[in-house]
Design a protein around this ligand. Sequence first.
Ligand code: ADP
Ligand code: F6P
Length: 322
Amino acid sequence: MKKIAVLTSGGDSQGMNAAIYAVVRMALDNGLEVVGIEDGYQGLIAGSVVPMNAKSVDGIIHRGGTVLRTSRCSAMKTDEGQNKAYKTLVDNNIDGLVVIGGDGSFQGAKILATKFGVLTMGIPGTIDNDLAYTDFTLGFDSAVNAVMQTIKMLRDTMSCNERSCVVEVMGRNCGDIALHAGITSAAEMIIVPEVRCSFEEVVARLKYNLEHGKKDNIVVLAEGAGKAVEMEAKLKQALPINLRSMVVGHLQRGGDASYADRLLGVRMGEHAVQCLLDGKTSRVVGIRHDVIIDEDIVEALSKRKSFDLNLYNLANRLVNSY
Ligand code: ADP
Ligand code: F6P
């Protein structure tokens, strides 16, 4: 093992830069040459390879986004794209690759490992926290903090107008951002794709709250469970309610990485480099009970993520007593 590469792919997330920082510095500390691949798999296919040194990662540990940039690249799903990606690695004498991204990006990493024998390690970078094999993914903590901050500001204006608001948050098909930001913002309702909640139940809850003098309700809606603007329209038809809606959107992916994401990025980056040095391949790094682990990529991707029903039930009980 002489030279490794690192790339970021899919939706960016806070903590990706911390992981890049650690991969580069740990590679150098171990006497390896290290390069960055720009723009995810798009750059790997196009041959966008940049040398990295200690200075390249100065001042990035806290920053959101990714200094290597990212992309969604359909060409990586084709034989032609995959062959070109492999050629870039061969042409640049790259012995090992660290892919920082979500489950889609891990599929690409798996192909490079299994089809071409590239030593490949994955680091979970996605705000969604939708990977079953790891307790946390990079960016989740920062995204939850961003949503909490948004709801805190929103409550100021909503409460003095006796107004309620449906707040749509990201997470694709996973309700973790909604659950964790919702419970820590004392949201009056949390709606997630993992737990069935009929429209009638939403109406009943808000009706009860309004009748008991709670006029400024925050309903956190995971994007996988519906659209805020549509729910606003339907609720206004069903209830005499002063209501607005908002989509937190990409703000959840912006801003500095939290302490937790910086530390996680650094720990995972170090572990990925160590695995490559140990000759491990086709594995993904994760964290379980605060221990950094690595697991076979196929096994990790085949696991079904479980939803924290206890936390969800607690969130409901905390707002039951009006
Ligand atoms: P994430 O990694 O955040 O889940 P995507 O699902 O968009 O994001 O995947 C990121 C990229 O990973 C895709 O744009 C594509 O380049 C690559 N990718 C996704 N699925 C596959 C697949 N089945 N085979 C090869 N590459 C894939
Ligand atoms: O997977 C990360 C994520 O931010 C999801 O939460 C969201 O559904 C999606 O990416 C948004 O994608 P884009 O950045 O392409 O709009």
